[in-house]
Design a protein around this ligand. Structure first.
Ligand code: SF4
Length: 286
């Protein structure tokens, strides 16, 4: 049975879910952060989330500015520490929905250790991690996710490191919901963010979003179209990736080296921190 996704228009969402006084945004032309914001609000709409019972938390960076545009309570915190603040909010008031906006630099570089331990605890949070391969706001330095060979002010002759696969890390740590999509495909991210919000425990939705200014101009990806073409050329659905890895020809397997897997990597049930804490409180009558 097929289901049809009925969405409010961006203009309708802007009226109901965004702070009018914060516009225009700080985002550059062609930046993917507006798409991420729209997809999140459409997902919020889809699951019928009460914004009066929802807190948006972020760290530092361009993506962390997203919290300020949403017409809900929010905390714009310190670099790499969004998950710590979000953990405190959720632990203090488990009835609140807590959604975190972070970037690849903020969430997996500066805040990498917090990412590990928040997933290990299985805090009931929805984390939307925007991966644009760079520290955009601070000048475009190389990030843990920057592709090998990419150029930045800190890697002027090309990055020699291997990029971190944040989804594989989250999957290995047992996060109940893990997905990655580029912003160029709207319906899948909306569905994944909605599933992440509905999931009990830690959800990670990695959004690949262009940064034409800090990353793109040094890597031949200025403007929207080259970025969206890059996603078409360099991503492959996880099922297809696994099929080729297992049954593909040597040439097909070699072609996977340049590709990032996209799709839903993990969708499981696992006792959350909140579940275990409630059981403890009940047992010792705190
Ligand atoms: S610097 Fe990059 S990530 Fe930041 S607003 Fe501009 S395009 Fe977007």
């Amino acid at each position: 049975m097929s289901t049809t996704l009925t969405l409010k228009t961006a203009a309708e969402l802007r009226t109901t879910h965004l702070r009018q006084e914060m516009f225009p945004t700080i985002f550059c032309d062609g930046c993917g952060l507006g798409n991420v914001l729209n997809y999140t609000l459409w997902a919020v709409e889809q699951v019928g989330l009460d914004l009066d019972r929802t807190v948006f938390v972020s760290g530092i960076g361009c993506s962390s500015r997203l919290t300020g545009y949403v017409n809900a309570d929010g905390m714009h915190t310190t670099h790499g520490r969004a998950l710590s603040f979000a953990t405190g909010i959720k632990a203090a008031n488990p009835d609140l929905n807590v959604i975190v906006f972070t970037g690849d630099g903020d969430g997996s570089g500066i805040g990498g250790n917090h990412l590990l331990h928040t997933i290990r605890r299985n805090m009931d949070l929805t984390v939307i991690l925007v991966n644009n391969f760079t520290y955009g706001m601070t000048g475009g330095q190389s990030a843990p996710t920057s592709p090998t060979g990419s150029f930045s002010p800190t890697t002027p002759y090309g990055n020699v490191e291997h990029p971190l696969d944040i989804c594989e890390l989250a999957q290995a740590l047992g996060a109940p919901y893990v997905a990655r999509w580029p912003v160029s495909v709207p319906s899948q991210p909306i569905k994944s963010i909605a599933q992440g919000i509905s999931k009990r425990g830690f959800s990670l939705i990695e959004m690949m979003a262009p940064c034409p200014t800090a990353y793109g101009r040094r890597n031949g990806l200025r403007g929207i179209e080259p970025n969206w073409q890059w996603y078409r050329d360099h991503t492959v659905l996880v099922d297809e990736y696994e099929r080729v890895e297992q049954f593909g020809s040597p040439e097909e397997r070699a072609a996977l080296r340049d590709k990032m897997k996209i799709g839903v990597f993990q969708d499981i049930e696992r006792e959350s921190f909140g579940d275990r804490w409630a059981a403890l409180v009940d047992r010792v009558k705190l």
